[in-house]
Every structure is written in structure tokens, then in C-alpha cells.
Design a protein around this ligand. Structure first.
Ligand code: FAD
Length: 387
């Protein structure tokens, strides 16, 4: 019996989405056990072969149109993947980033020739996708990026450095934000596709050591006069990168909000089971009124979060989700996540602080959610601007 007892919303309760949910669950039961996810954390990434297996199982590129090899699904299928990964503590396998953050840049903006070139590999798992915006001196302030892409005949020469890039180790197709016109502010930003195996001058830095989310390979990337053909300019027109990023960031924020939501659900399920078992002073923890009140608070917030995220997701599917509302979802649900996970850990006592308990991983992993994909402060700026 789920802890959050909202009905499955009508937009998700559709036959093909339900069938897909079963197949994702089966795939993850076979490939993402607790032992396996702990092993990923220890090695700092998932195994590369897992991407190919996920491709073969029809999980990658599920929203890519069928003419490019995908399943022609939509964000509802991505929600299924995010929930199933999150409920198992397997979110370090960054399929949502690949499927619902990076692939949409390609099927949304690439030329026909580019789509045919890049999307089939992203669906099969031959290619792993990443997006590289952040630099050592520019994160929130994306217009401040220094990486340049200068046209030189039939190539662009890319120079610069990116950091904190998820899928940085495994990525074989990277959407890179760079300035094609350094004097034009946001209008001088373009997105270029770098295929590391096909260029010289590209280097991956070390895997960055993080306080949580250890199984997600996060790396620095260096571009030392990397030459890519002009055909790798996404969409084929310079200066469109900032617009593309701004248009796609609301969906990225929903991806983070959904991953937070799945963690909230998982934390509550683990904790309710724990307090029903564990005894102190001759009683089950659940019998203490403090436990009941803490969990009641958490479940009330989680239920409100779930209703709100379903509302936002329906808007997204209808093409009506605006940037401010997406920012509210990311801001508020990741704040609820932090509160709920912290309370749930407290209810585990000392065991909550031990890595063998999933709640300890959740506590560490949760902290990143209020930072990446736009910090909580930037979410507030976006919301405030809409007032
Ligand atoms: C685990 C992880 C994975 C990531 N994956 C990727 C990835 O795949 N690709 C990618 O491109 N990036 C990625 N990032 C980078 C992430 O998006 C940035 O860290 C984030 O946008 C914040 O930028 P910053 O770190 O430069 O912080 P800064 O921009 O330096 O911000 C520092 C502090 O100042 C605050 N601040 C900044 N500007 C304002 C303002 N105007 N008003 C009020 N407060 C402000 C911020 O809210 C923050 O609290 C990842 C980061 C992490 C931690």
C-alpha cells in the first residue's frame, strides 16, 4: 500500500504507459538491485554496458519520434522511468538526463540530417548524452560563459572548459553551450554537438568526488582547439543557443522535481516500514505521538507535492507549462524533499546514519537537488519576475 494515497491521475493512467511501467520495473528489478546500486556508488558510475541494455529494453529515447528510432512516447513515459529509478534508489543511472533533458534538444531543434545522424544511437544506447553549460566561473549566470566556438572554414574551433557535467565520463555526444559571438551576450550563444570519439583536443578531467550521488559520473571537460564540422551546430543557425536553453529548462526542472518526488515517496515508504518494526521503551516507534505527528506532517506535504507535480506535468504535456510554474515545482518539491528526508533519517536513529540504510544515501543525494538545474535562489528570481 503506497504511503501517498492519491489516485493515479488520468493523464498517467493510460494503457501504454501502464504497460511501459511494468517493463521498466522488470528491467530495474533485474539490473538495479540494492547491491548493484551500492556497487555503482563505489565505482563512481554505472557500467557502460547498462546503457546498451536499457536501449535494448526500449527505455532509452522513449520520447524520440518513431521516424528516428524512438518509441514516440512523451513526458508521461519519462515520469515512469524517473519514479521507478527513484523508488529503487537507482537515480544515479542518469536516463532522465539522457532522455528528457538532452535528447529533447536534438529532436526539438536539430536539422533533419542531424536528427537522423544522432537520435538512433541515443535510442539504442550506442550513444550516451550529456549537456555542458556550466563552467568554473559561470553556473547560474549562463550568459557569462567563456567557452568559444569560432568558425574557421567548414569547422568550428571550440576552446574552453566545462565543469560538473553529469554523464561526463560515459558521454559520447555532448551538447556544448559556447559563444559563437563573444560580443553579443545571450544572442551570441550557440549549442554545438561534440562527439568526443571523433575529435582531437577533447579531454575528460577526473571524476569529481561528490558528497552524494556517487554513482552519477560527474566530470570536468576540456576543449583545447577542438574542431567540429559546421554540420554539428545544433539547428544549423548561430546565436540560437540561449533561446533553446531557456525553452527547454522548464522541462529540465520538472525532471528534477520528479526525481525529488520519487525520493520523497521512497523515503516515506522505508521510514513507515522501519517505525512499524523498530521498538524503544517497549513500544513500536510508530506508537510514539512524535513519530505519528512527524510522519503526518511529511505525508501531508508529500501529498500536496504530488498533486502539484501532477498538475504541472499535465500542463507540460499540453505544452502550457510556463517557466515560473516549472520553477515553483523545482523550488518547492526539492525543499519538501530536504525536509522529509531529514525527518525520515531522524526517525531511523543511528541506523539512519549508516550507509547500509537507503535513507542515508537519500540524505546525501538530496542536497544536490536544490543546486543543479538552477539553484533555489534562481528559481525564486524566475518566479518573482513573473509577478
Ligand atoms: C551533481 C551536479 C551535477 C550537475 N550536472 C550538470 C550538467 O550535467 N551540466 C551542466 O551544465 N551543469 C551541471 N551542474 C551545474 C549546476 O547546474 C550549477 O552548479 C548550478 O547551476 C549553480 O551554478 P554554480 O555552481 O556556478 O553556482 P553560482 O552560480 O556560483 O551560485 C552560488 C550561489 O550564489 C547564488 N546566486 C547566484 N546568482 C544569484 C542571484 N542573481 N541572486 C541570488 N543568488 C544568486 C546561488 O543561488 C548559489 O547559492 C551540476 C551540478 C551538480 C552539483
Amino acid at each position: 500500500m503506497p504511503v501517498i494515497k492519491t489516485d493515479k491521475p488520468a493523464y498517467l493512467d493510460v494503457e501504454d504507459v501502464n504497460i511501459f511501467e511494468q517493463s521498466v520495473a522488470r528491467f530495474l528489478d533485474d539490473n538495479a538491485s540494492r547491491e548493484e546500486t551500492r556497487r555503482w556508488r563505489e565505482q563512481g558510475s554505472v557500467d557502460r554496458v547498462l546503457w546498451r541494455r536499457a536501449g535494448a529494453a526500449g527505455i532509452l529515447g522513449v520520447s524520440v519520434p518513431v521516424e528516428y528510432g524512438g518509441a514516440g512516447g512523451d513526458f508521461r513515459h519519462e515520469v515512469v522511468i524517473m519514479r521507478e529509478l527513484g523508488l529503487r534508489g537507482a537515480a544515479g543511472f542518469a536516463v532522465p538526463l539522457h532522455n528528457a533533458v538532452v535528447a529533447p534538444y536534438i529532436h526539438g531543434y536539430a536539422t533533419e540530417e542531424q536528427k537522423l545522424r544522432w537520435l538512433p544511437g541515443a535510442v539504442s544506447g550506442e550513444t550516451v548524452l550529456a549537456v555542458a553549460m556550466t563552467e568554473p566561473a559561470a553556473g547560474s549566470d549562463l550568459q557569462g560563459i567563456k567557452t568559444t566556438a569560432v568558425r574557421d572554414g567548414d569547422v568550428y574551433r571550440i576552446n574552453g572548459q566545462k565543469t560538473f557535467i553529469s554523464n561526463g565520463l560515459h558521454a559520447s555526444l555532448i551538447v556544448v553551450a559556447a559563444k559563437t559571438d563573444a560580443s553579443a551576450g545571450g544572442k551570441g550563444v550557440s549549442l554545438l554537438v561534440v562527439e568526443p570519439d571523433k575529435v582531437e583536443g577533447f579531454e575528460r578531467g577526473r571524476l569529481l568526488e561528490k558528497m552524494g550521488q556517487e554513482s552519477r559520473d560527474t566530470a570536468e571537460l576540456f576543449f583545447n582547439d577542438v574542431r567540429v564540422p559546421v554540420e554539428n551546430l545544433l539547428g544549423g543557425v548561430e546565436g540560437q543557443g540561449f533561446r533553446m536553453l531557456m525553452e527547454k529548462l522548464p522541462q529540465e526542472r520538472m525532471v528534477i522535481a520528479w526525481q525529488a518526488m520519487a525520493m520523497i515517496e521512497a523515503a516515506l515508504e522505508h521510514t513507515v516500514a522501519y517505525v512499524k518494526e523498530r521498538k524503544a521503551f517497549g513500544k513500536r516507534l510508530l506508537e510514539f505521538q512524535n513519530t505519528q505527528f512527524k510522519l503526518a506532517d511529511c505525508v501531508a506535504k508529500a501529498t500536496a507535492a504530488r498533486v502539484f507535480i501532477d498538475h504541472c506535468t499535465s500542463l507540460l504535456i499540453d505544452g502550457r507549462l510556463d517557466a515560473a510554474t516549472a520553477s515553483m515545482a523545482k523550488l518547492w518539491i526539492t525543499e519538501v524533499q530536504a525536509e522529509v528526508v531529514d525527518e525520515c533519517l531522524q526517525l531511523h536513529g543511528g541506523y539512519g546514519y549508516m550507509s547500509e540504510y537507503p535513507i542515508a544515501d537519500m540524505y546525501k543525494d538530496a542536497r544536490g537537488f536544490r543546486i543543479y538545474g538552477g539553484t533555489s535562489e534562481i528559481m525564486k528570481l524566475i518566479i518573482a519576475r513573473s509577478l
